[in-house]
Design a protein around this ligand. Structure first.
Ligand SMILES: [Zn+2]
Length: 314
């Protein structure tokens, strides 16, 4: 084995200092549903990382070619994902976004001098072998041919989406689109969901502080926040059902049936009691003495008492 091959092996995982959070550089999924993209190991903060992605793309493209360059250079050309974006030069040791022909960053599929890493090549040869041995009628061939690695830094090709192959350390998604980058943050209350922390246009100034503050708030969300979001919906749905019913004696049962968790039921009952101006224990009697219409109104008022969802899913 010559020295070049040794130097081009998959970079060992860093040990010692705690790893910064990781991200995914993504494009919208087919039919604009969901997203998929490549792992980015070093994504220390949402605004710093979004700024670096934006600078990398704008330094290497014109306004006309922006999206094409962003997707081909940051996603398609580097299937094993990125260790970090930005590069240093002989003259300037600072890691920053560079124009071509400098690299966009340091990836897990190529060496700094542009060779394919041996681990990646072995993965590709294995895929080719499995595909060539696949019977023509096996429609899941491609899925089987790509062997998934649980380690995103293992120099293996991996297309990440929120439902498949999402590494634990991934906290942010940077969704590339024609106007700029949507910054999504992994919901602290629901693991596979990302909520929008902000939008960064390709050329206009972004509100970086607001993006970092929203990201921190989304990470700090707890199951109670999720239950509150859902409780508002359950109350509204129950109110709608009550209006179609002939007897109001099952209002609370209907609510229990719509709510999916105990936390959500508790949040909904709390709002109902506040709307009725009674204690939670008095709620069944209070409802029993009210007509169907009055009950439906009460559920609607209770739904208004629950603050609306502040973040949209990405
Ligand atoms: Zn690469």
């Amino acid at each position: 084995m010559n020295t070049r091959t040794e130097a081009s092996a998959c970079p060992p995982p860093q040990s010692g200092a705690p790893d910064p959070p990781a991200g995914v550089i993504a494009r919208p999924g087919r039919y604009n549903e969901g997203w998929s993209g490549r792992y980015l190991h070093h994504a220390p903060g949402p605004s710093d990382t979004a700024r670096l992605i934006r600078e990398t793309v704008t330094a290497r493209s014109s306004a006309r070619t922006r999206m094409k360059v962003a997707v081909s250079e940051l996603i398609d050309a580097h299937p094993c994902g990125w260790e970090h974006l930005g590069t240093a030069t002989a003259k300037d040791p600072q890691i920053r976004a560079r124009r071509r022909p400098a690299d966009a960053g340091s990836c897990y599929c190529h060496t700094p001098d542009g060779y394919v890493r041996p681990e990646f090549l072995n993965q590709l040869l294995g895929m080719l072998r499995r595909l060539e041995q696949t019977r023509p009628y096996d429609i899941e061939a491609l899925e089987k041919a790509v062997k998934r690695s649980s380690d995103p830094t293992a120099c293996a090709p991996q297309l990440i989406n929120p439902h498949k192959g999402l590494p634990d350390r991934v906290v942010y998604v940077f969704l590339l689109h024609a106007e700029g980058i949507t910054v999504g943050v992994r919901d602290g209350a629901r693991d596979a969901r990302f909520l929008k922390a902000g939008e960064v246009g390709w050329s206009e100034e972004a509100n970086w502080e607001q993006i970092d503050a929203a990201a921190a708030a989304i990470r700090a969300r707890v199951p109670e926040d999720l239950a509150r979001d859902d409780a508002g919906r359950s109350l509204t749905t129950t109110a709608r059902h009550l209006k179609k019913m002939v007897s109001g004696q099952y209002a609370l049962e209907t609510l229990h049936w719509h709510a999916r968790t105990g936390r959500e039921t508790a949040a909904a009952l709390g709002a109902l009691a506040r709307a009725a101006g009674v204690g939670p224990d008095e709620l069944p009697d209070h409802l029993a003495s009210a007509g169907l219409e009055a009950q439906a109104d009460l559920f609607e008022v209770a739904a208004q008492l629950i603050p609306g969802e502040s973040y949209r899913a990405v």
